[in-house]
Design a protein around this ligand. Structure first.
Ligand SMILES: Cc1cc2nc3c(=O)[nH]c(=O)nc-3n(C[C@H](O)[C@H](O)[C@H](O)COP(=O)(O)O)c2cc1C
Length: 185
């Protein structure tokens, strides 16, 4: 797939087949992730890959309950209270991109790695979605312990991956607002 096609076709996928992804496939996606630029070439990204069904379900349950404690949006509270809502949409894989330590650019660095990972997944016909609703839990002591996240690492980007059950519907963008500053202005 051409890069611009992957950029245009990547969608947040929220319905997955249960097929577990091969470790070699995930290693390929992580190799793409680490090609991202990073501030002062620090390459601070670290990866936790979860493919255990029971653990994924437990993290999803606990992340949902954790988020509900602080969520102020009525719509999101309703969603989080729905027993049928799986915060990872039953995806077979969760990749948590973490920074190796707190740093001024860790969010930018890890987010760029996350975008590479999601575009590479799209290129392979895989779906992905960043699950911000799980972030607070993954950063908590309980979440860190459950995933065995090493001391000092800071989870930044939880990305679910898997084979989409169906093509995700298009999600149109608003026209960009640009203030042009050219020679002639
Ligand atoms: C930082 C971030 C957090 C997100 N958190 C969630 C989430 O918790 N749950 C979810 O279903 N989608 C989440 N998304 C996906 C967005 O809702 C999605 O990217 C957006 O609606 C645009 O749709 P598209 O990715 O298909 O173009 C998140 C995306 C980003 C960038």
């Amino acid at each position: 797939m051409e890069l611009l096609d992957a950029i245009a076709q990547r969608r947040a996928v929220r319905d997955y087949l249960p097929d577990v992804l091969e470790r070699s496939t995930l290693e390929g996606l992580i190799r793409a992730a680490v090609q991202a630029p990073s501030a002062v070439d620090s390459q601070p990204w670290r990866f936790v890959v979860v493919r255990q069904r029971a653990l994924l379900d437990r993290i999803a349950r606990e992340a949902k309950a954790w988020r509900l404690r602080s969520e102020s949006s009525a719509d999101l509270r309703k969603l989080l209270q729905d027993p049928g809502f799986h915060v990872f949409y039953n995806a077979p894989v969760l990749v948590v991109i973490a920074a190796e330590q707190e740093s001024p650019w860790m969010v930018e660095d890890c987010s760029l790695a996350a975008q590479n990972l999601m575009l590479a997944a799209c290129d392979q016909g895989l779906g992905s979605c960043w699950i911000g609703l799980s972030q607070d839990y993954l950063r908590s002591a309980a979440g860190r312990e459950l995933l065995g996240i090493p001391a000092g690492w800071v989870p930044v980007a939880p990305i679910i991956l898997g084979r989409p059950r169906a093509p995700a519907p298009p999600h149109l963008r608003r026209d960009p607002q640009v203030r042009w500053i050219d020679e002639a202005s």
